[in-house]
Design a protein around this ligand. Structure first.
Ligand code: TSX
Ligand code: MN
Length: 598
């Protein structure tokens, strides 16, 4: 247990409300983990995968209503509505608690209340923070054990210090004698993913799924942490962290933010196509960054695992991800093969006959229904990644040389573009987004803005968030040591709709240009939107077809950008008077540079 008074009182309060049958303090041991997994196998909640094919791994099927994050049930509860901003659902904190307390009342009847002490970041790191999650889901416990540093060692480090209290219940109490469901959860209208950034609290109710229930990840490491970082002067970002080593052995670290479905995990685990270059992975989803004593910006990965989208992951698209989940992993909503392995669409080989779908039916190609849910996930320990960086658990973090933004843009944005300075880079982040199809946004196809890829994850007003980024640049201990900021676009198409860039391992060619720019190489051409690669400065050695596309990939089309200006203006209008002056100046600057361009 613990001598921490706040923790003791907090657990007692919630036990009195939720009325579990018993309380279990998680120690994080192998024995505890195995007991929970065995329990779930015998209850029918989990399937143990074949010990030869997938050692130490387990398979779960969720309730069909509980397959993804629920953004319309996600709330930022601040005293003032304006502090949540236009991109968040808001509720008054007291009102939200009044709504939720009756739901939590008796919600753990017939269940065990688990207490999970966890650290986001290496144990004892100055950049790390400790949270305690209460949950009634053993599935959550075994996932949190992979995704965070979890267990008794965390309580020892916590001592009497403060922690982020993370409250979770699946919201499915059991009557005496009632048989549990395979995946207990509450109906969609009573799911609540609530954040109280002013008191650093999380109250999650009704869902057992990933981002709704593994509270260390999106809820703590992004929404609550972004608001802590805003108050305290650091950065909590939706970014991968990668190490890049050139053939001369010089190593640099980059972070990168992309909206969903841009292949962030694939980039984090990239295998370069140019000989002599090496990419290593520090993290694939979240970066916490602070200035170090030397004035550089240092990043840690607060997580200890990958919670990755399975469909589309193959030995072709991302061998390192597949190798990461070769053992000791959890699979949720994939297909299940008759020989006790998993399968998903895009895994790179045909579906074995007799495979069961994520809805527990026999797979039938004629039905048109996939074997794996499109949001099916693997949970895998980061240390199992073949290219995990040797410094991925360095408590001091890794020094960042470049920050990348990007999205899926079939036109307008070049393959790579460097900002003129910090604030221009903040501007690039603030207008990031992906083109989506008509169906996804209701009206016509267009760009869905996802500033800094933080749209669903910023715990406060997005305008204030932009201002925070500006302030980080202003207050930097040494402005010359700030990371350089870039925009990348792997998804530009020709007029016939064909991708101009091969992507994947060939992205190293853009990363190499960025690497050289961070060393001040004179390889850039100045345009109205920033510095783009000068002629012949993208390494095309060994690149066949796409080499001829380079001019089109690097083109900055004045007319496309004049159309883009209108879209940026509309986007910016949504932030009202909280849009920082510096960003208005950036937009004005871009407008006049385009007017003056030929
Ligand atoms: O992850 C991707 N990356 C980053 C890789 C490090 N994807 C997949 C996106 C969905 C998750 C990409 N898709 C990338 C990319 O760079 N590029 C593309 C588009 C693309 C797809 C196929 C081909 C070329 C480009 N070519 C052939 O299929 C032959
Ligand atoms: Mn993410």
């Amino acid at each position: 247990m613990t001598g921490n008074k706040k923790l003791q009182i907090w657990v007692k309060e919630w036990a009195d409300i939720c009325q579990p049958d018993s309380i279990h303090w998680c120690d994080g041991s192998d024995e505890e983990n195995q007991k929970l997994l065995d329990l779930m196998v015998s209850s029918g909640a989990a399937v143990r995968l074949d010990e030869k094919k997938r050692p130490g791994s387990y398979y779960f099927q969720s309730d069909p209503s509980d397959v993804a994050r629920v953004e319309n049930r996600t709330f930022i509860c601040s005293a003032k509505k304006s502090d949540a901003g236009p991109t968040n659902n808001w509720s008054d904190p007291q009102e939200m608690k009044k709504t939720l307390l009756p739901l939590y009342k008796g919600s753990m009847n017939g269940r065990i209340m688990y207490i999970i002490p966890f650290s986001m970041g290496p144990l004892g790191s100055k950049i790390a923070h400790i949270g305690i999650q209460i949950t009634d889901s053993p599935y959550v416990v075994v996932n949190m054990r992979i995704m965070t540093r979890m267990g008794k060692a965390v309580l020892d480090i916590l001592g009497n210090d403060d922690f982020v209290p993370c409250m979770h219940s699946v919201g499915a109490p059991l009557q005496p004698g009632e048989k549990d469901r395979k995946w207990p959860c509450a109906p969609i209208e009573s799911k609540y993913i609530s954040h109280f950034p002013e008191t650093n609290e999380i109250w999650s109710y009704g869902s057992g799924y990933g981002g709704n229930a593994l509270l260390g990840k999106k809820c703590f490491a992004l929404r609550i942490a972004s608001s802590m970082a805003h108050r305290e002067g650091w950065l909590a970002e939706h970014m991968l962290i990668m190490g890049i080593t050139n053939p001369g052995g010089v190593k640099k670290y980059f972070t990168a933010a992309f909206p969903s479905a841009c292949g962030k995990t694939n980039l984090a685990m990239l295998i370069p196509s140019i000989p002599g270059w090496k990419v290593e992975c520090v993290g694939d989803d979240i970066a916490w960054m602070k200035f170090g004593a030397d004035g550089r910006l240092y990043a840690i990965n607060p997580e200890a695992g990958f919670f990755g989208v399975a469909p589309g992951t193959s030995m072709k698209t991302n061998p390192n991800a597949l190798l990461s989940c070769r053992e000791n992993s959890i699979f949720t909503n994939t297909g299940l093969t008759p020989d006790g392995d998993i399968w998903w669409e895009g895994i790179g080989y045909d579906i074995p006959p007799g495979t069961i779908t994520w809805t527990n039916e026999d797979y039938d190609p004629a039905s048109g229904k996939p074997a794996a849910h499109p949001n099916a996930r693997f949970t895998a320990p980061a240390k199992q990644c073949p290219t995990i960086d040797s410094d991925w658990e360095n408590p001091a973090g890794v020094p960042i040389s470049a920050i990348l933004f990007g999205g899926r843009r079939p036109s307008t944005l070049p393959l790579v573009c460097q900002s003129f300075d910090w604030n221009h880079g903040v501007f690039m982040g603030s207008i990031a987004g992906s083109e989506v199809t008509a169906a996804a946004i209701g009206l016509k196809a267009g760009v869905r803005r996802d500033p800094f890829a933080m749209l669903p994850f910023c715990g406060y007003h997005m305008g204030d968030y932009f201002a925070h980024w500006v302030k980080i640049g202003e207050n930097a201990p040494n402005k010359s040591k700030l990371p350089k900021i870039f925009n990348v676009n792997w998804f530009r198409k020709n007029p016939e709709g064909k991708f101009l860039w091969p992507g994947y391992g060939d992205n190293i060619r853009a990363l190499k240009w960025i690497f050289e720019r961070t060393e001040g190489a004179d390889i850039a051409r100045e345009t109205a939107i920033g510095y783009v690669p000068g002629e012949g400065t993208i390494d095309i050695s060994g690149l066949s077809e796409a080499a001829g596309n380079i001019p089109e990939l690097l083109k900055v089309d004045k007319n496309e950008w004049i159309d883009e200006l209108k879209l940026i203006n509309d986007h910016y209008a949504s932030f009202g008077d909280r849009l920082p002056e510096e960003m208005k100046e950036q937009l004005q600057g871009l407008t006049s540079r385009l007017e003056n361009a030929r």
